[in-house]
Write a protein that binds this ligand. Structure first.
Ligand SMILES: [Zn+2]
Length: 433
């Protein structure tokens, strides 16, 4: 079944931080042609329209911008009612708010309702793929995957593994956590568009026995993603050092159990030592930048330039980290990222920001052959963006002359209000009211 979307198409074929404007594909009057949910062609409408069979449906989104669906590399679906919890840093925030809320996901109905809200909210924000933390309860993972499968979205998710350092209702065991995760991988990993992410919460919430069990899972399922938190908060880092006195540093704890590799998504990475930079580089692991969470929880500033240091370059992804983060919008997230880098005398160009939330995150998740661009054969997830969505944005837009300015306006002032429509596998999954 052939259909098409018409608008100003924007996607990336390489990294604008190294390739500059050559990395970008932009078609002012573009047509995205889809067959059975996959990109069949993308280019000039004038050239492609005459080739379409009579009666092919064309959704006309001119003059809006159409980009690949956004990808969020780190988000907690059970924390939609934790966002905006006042006055705490990481460890108190977990105890006072998060661990309370996550216990509610023992109830399958609560989990199902949470999953529905969560995916609605992602799609309203133009996010079509995310790497999602569920709770310790296997039912919370079932609920998220079932809802994602129903909508046809490509999601990675996993059961939180934690056998210490939290209230008893949130704890599994080394053996039980392994068994539950293994069963979920069997049921969901590679089922349709769903992917499993092995998800130990962080070094403070797993015993050595559990970290060893996680390592075994990683070895047995090398095609699964691995997601955890690393070096977010100074008190957390001290506690990890006290708990693991024999390990050189925080990253070494994970490395001892084989948890660092090219499919490892490490949330935060704010206070890494030189040795940790070298270790993450050697393992080809991914540091996940969660700017609104890092500023909200007062955790620290992500050093993007240091990740790019040619002596030990580290792959980078970007994410909302709801509910430590404060916005579901990858646009708002990149607005905050710009400020975090600016505070450190660094710059994030509009092209780098849009690359990061599309092709960049697809590469980080090992999915760039499937999503993140409009190259033929990719799964057609797309977002339609209106840079004049609010009166203040429309007024500012009057002075915008170049595409880069429009992109920067979108990340600086934009959010869900700018998302005119979201497509999943070529089907409209959200349309602004
Ligand atoms: Zn997180």
């Amino acid at each position: 079944m052939l259909k098409a979307i018409r608008g100003r198409l924007l996607w990336y074929v390489s990294d604008p931080e190294t390739e500059g404007a050559a990395a970008r594909r932009y078609v002012e009057d573009g047509l995205l042609v889809m067959r059975d949910g996959l990109v069949a062609a993308s280019g000039e409408a004038a050239g492609l329209l005459p080739m379409l069979p009579e009666g092919t449906p064309v959704a006309d989104h001119r003059p809006h911008l159409v980009t690949p669906g956004f990808i969020d590399a780190h988000i907690h679906y059970p924390q939609t009612q934790v966002v905006a919890s006042f006055g705490a840093t990481l460890l108190e925030w977990l105890e006072r708010y998060t661990f309370v809320e996550e216990q509610l996901f023992a109830d399958p109905d609560h989990a199902a309702a949470g999953a529905r809200f969560f995916l609605d909210e992602l799609l309203r924000n133009g996010t079509t793929t995310a790497s999602v933390y569920c709770t310790v309860h296997p039912g919370s993972v079932e609920a998220l995957f079932a809802e994602s499968a129903r909508r046809g979205t490509r999601m990675a998710a996993g059961k939180m593994m934690m056998d210490r350092g939290a209230p008893p209702p949130l704890l599994d065991t080394a053996e039980g956590g392994y068994r539950d995760a293994k069963a979920l991988i069997g049921r969901w990993h590679g089922s349709g568009r769903q992917l499993y992410a092995i998800s130990p919460r962080f070094a403070l919430s797993s015993t050595e026995a559990q970290l060893a069990a996680v390592g075994q899972l990683v070895r047995e399922h090398p095609d699964c993603l691995v997601q955890t938190h690393l070096s977010e908060n100074l008190r957390e880092i001290e506690a990890v050092a006290a708990l693991h006195p024999a390990d050189r540093d925080y990253a070494s704890v994970y490395d001892r159990f084989g948890l660092l590799g090219p499919r490892s998504l490490l949330g935060h990475c704010l206070h890494l030592s030189e040795e940790e930079f070298e270790l993450l580089h050697a393992r080809d692991a991914v540091a996940v930048f969660c700017p609104t969470s890092n500023t909200f929880l007062g955790s620290g500033l992500f050093d993007w330039a240091r990740m790019r240091d040619p002596r030990h370059p580290i792959r980078v992804a970007v994410a909302t980290d709801i509910g430590g983060g404060t916005s579901y919008s990858m646009l708002a997230t990149m607005g905050e990222a710009y400020k975090v880098l600016h505070l450190q005398g660094q710059s994030l160009t509009p092209d780098a920001a849009f690359h990061a939330i599309t092709r960049g995150n697809a590469i980080a998740l090992g999915l760039d052959h499937l999503i993140g661009s409009f190259e033929p054969g990719r799964e057609c997830d797309a977002v339609v963006l209106d840079a004049g969505a609010t009166p203040s944005m429309a007024r500012r837009l009057e002075r915008v002359r170049a595409l880069e300015e429009e992109l920067f306006l979108l990340t600086t002032m934009g959010d869900d209000r700018c998302v005119a429509a979201t497509y999943v596998m070529g089907e409209a999954a959200h349309r602004r009211g």
